[in-house]
Design a binder for this molecule. Structure first.
Ligand code: AMP
Ligand code: MG
Length: 493
């Protein structure tokens, strides 16, 4: 039964998305899970949202974030969107298992709170509306890991679980992730109204996004082209961040692309272990459409779909194409800046050789399948003899290493070694959520041991720190075990 009681903690909600009306969403009764229990709470995010820690630990919060109690002031709803999946127009999709509670007012501005896995909605299509504990832990940890890395993302406030059974390839148990974002609007929301020729609703949506999230576009000569350009630029920045850290999303369908340029919908994602540019993390992606090295082009393809969807508002195709063009300059510049920082090259202006150095580094990593995260972290100490040796130890082909290392060392000598090393230490993380780390935490959680979830949450929220206080911190930063290669992550979640 869903409870509807006054809350014991002050929270101010606004429901601007709900005000857009029935064409955009359906008010959604919450569907309770039996006997919910806590899996994890994110104290850092709770603080940012202004939520009281003791309240967040309460029975009331447990029920509210499972969907068993309606928080006063919220208007739970599910929104409708469409999208291109694996390159094909998929028609109407929508929040098939997500319910938006409303927009919590915080010191950082409005934060929408959505329950993922909260049960059937009008958009569930053949699905059960639920999420399993396994995938919920992955989303919870990875979104916080991305935030810790400084990469734009939705965030996760807590996970609750239930022993209610959910059928996937095997029988698993249900869980709900409470996640937050300034907005959960996707490219697919725009595609939905455009493809249905609902141009009035398309305009309402675009005006809503401009007013609340891109106010600078309002004053542009062509506000909708300006919106497309701003989204293109943010998406370009996001792709540069993903590529630099070795993040594969796995399902870059247009319904999984945030209009705010955030990482959203964590499914079969993976941080690269060995550097393999063609790596495909999604076991269901037979063609490798979403392989690591394809992500920047796919993002552009998705932006093109967004541009097409906005055409009825932009009216002039040339203006839309010009807006999209910005991606082609912002992405390479953003990526080059990030790669220069990873190499410890300080200073605003790149030198002639820097581009070649970046290319040669990536070629070398690829040729010898060097562990991505460990290479970059060890590189932070490259200017010391012991540091250089520890980088060299990663390479079987020492001759190839020396051919690369000699000009790199010469380039670094033009820099202040302390400044280089400091830059690299806040650019090259020690900790990322490798698949096997998530897997270990998931296995322990299966027997109600959530301690690994807690440890990973703590470490991943500040991934550039050494975390020497944590027992076993080194193991969390180590090479993946052999069994990690056998982990198969598909869309099933
Ligand atoms: P995803 O691949 O998780 O981004 O989901 C793609 C679409 O399928 C979205 O519309 C989801 O809401 C929907 N979906 C995924 N899993 C389920 C489920 N278990 N029940 C209902 N809808 C789902
Ligand atoms: Mg999705």
């Amino acid at each position: 039964m869903t409870l509807n009681l006054p809350s014991t903690t002050p929270m101010t909600w606004r429901n601007r998305f709900a005000r857009l009306g029935n064409d955009f969403s359906t008010l959604q009764p919450l569907r309770p899970l039996s006997n919910p229990y806590w899996v994890s709470r994110n104290a850092a995010l709770a603080r940012e949202l202004g939520l009281d820690a003791s309240w967040l630990a309460s029975q009331e919060a447990l029920e509210a974030f499972t969907g068993n109690r309606v928080l006063p002031g919220t208007e739970p709803l599910s929104s409708v969107y469409s999208g291109h999946q694996f390159g094909q127009w998929a028609g109407q999709l929508g929040d098939g298992r997500a319910t938006l509670l409303g927009e919590l007012q915080t010191l950082q501005g409005g934060r929408e709170l959505q329950l993922k896995g909260a049960g059937l909605t009008p958009y569930s299509r053949g699905g059960d509306g639920r999420a399993v504990l396994r995938s919920s832990i992955r989303e919870y940890l990875c979104s916080e890991a991305m935030h810790g890395l400084g990469i734009p993302t939705t965030r996760a406030l807590c996970i609750t679980g239930s022993d209610d059974r959910v059928r996937r390839e095997e029988i698993e148990t249900a869980a709900v992730v409470a996640r937050t974002s300034p907005s959960f609007i996707r490219f697919g929301h725009f595609e939905h109204f455009s493809h249905a020729n609902q141009h009035e609703q398309l305009k309402t949506l675009a005006d809503f996004v401009i007013e609340h999230h891109y106010p600078a576009c309002r004053d542009a000569a062509q506000p909708y082209a300006a919106l497309l350009q701003a989204v293109s630029e943010r998406t370009a920045e996001l792709m540069a961040a993903w590529q630099a850290v070795g993040f594969c999303h796995g399902v870059m369908n247009t319904d999984n692309m945030s209009i705010l340029g955030l990482t959203i919908d964590y499914g079969p994602f993976q941080f690269l272990d060995a550097f393999d540019p063609g790596h495909i993390c999604n076991h269901s992606d037979n063609q490798g459409r979403y392989a690591y090295n394809k992500q920047p082009n796919i993002a552009y393809w998705n932006l093109f779909c967004l541009g097409q969807a906005l055409l009825p508002l932009i009216e002039n195709q040339e203006h839309a194409l010009a807006a999209l063009e910005s991606y082609k300059t912002v992405f390479p510049t953003a990526l080059e800046n990030r790669m220069r920082a990873k190499l410890g090259l300080t200073g605003e202006t790149a030198q002639n050789y820097d581009k070649a150095l970046i290319e040669n580094t990536l070629k070398l990593l690829a040729a010898q399948r060097i562990d991505h995260t460990i290479f970059w972290r060890r590189l932070c100490d490259f200017s010391t003899p012991a540091g250089r040796e520890s980088v060299r130890d990663l390479f079987l082909d020492r001759a190839a290493f020396e051919i690369w290392a000699t000009p790199y060392a010469a380039r670094l000598e033009q820099q202040d070694p302390h400044a280089s090393s400091a830059l690299m230490r806040k650019t090259n993380p020690k900790f990322v959520l490798r698949n096997h780390l998530g897997e270990q935490a998931i296995r322990a959680a299966g027997v109600q041991d959530y301690s690994e979830v807690e440890t990973l949450l703590h470490v991943l929220q500040s991934p550039f720190d050494e975390h020497e206080d944590i027992t076993g911190h080194q193991a969390l930063a180590d090479f993946p075990p052999d069994w990690a290669a056998g982990i198969e992550i598909s869309c099933s979640s």
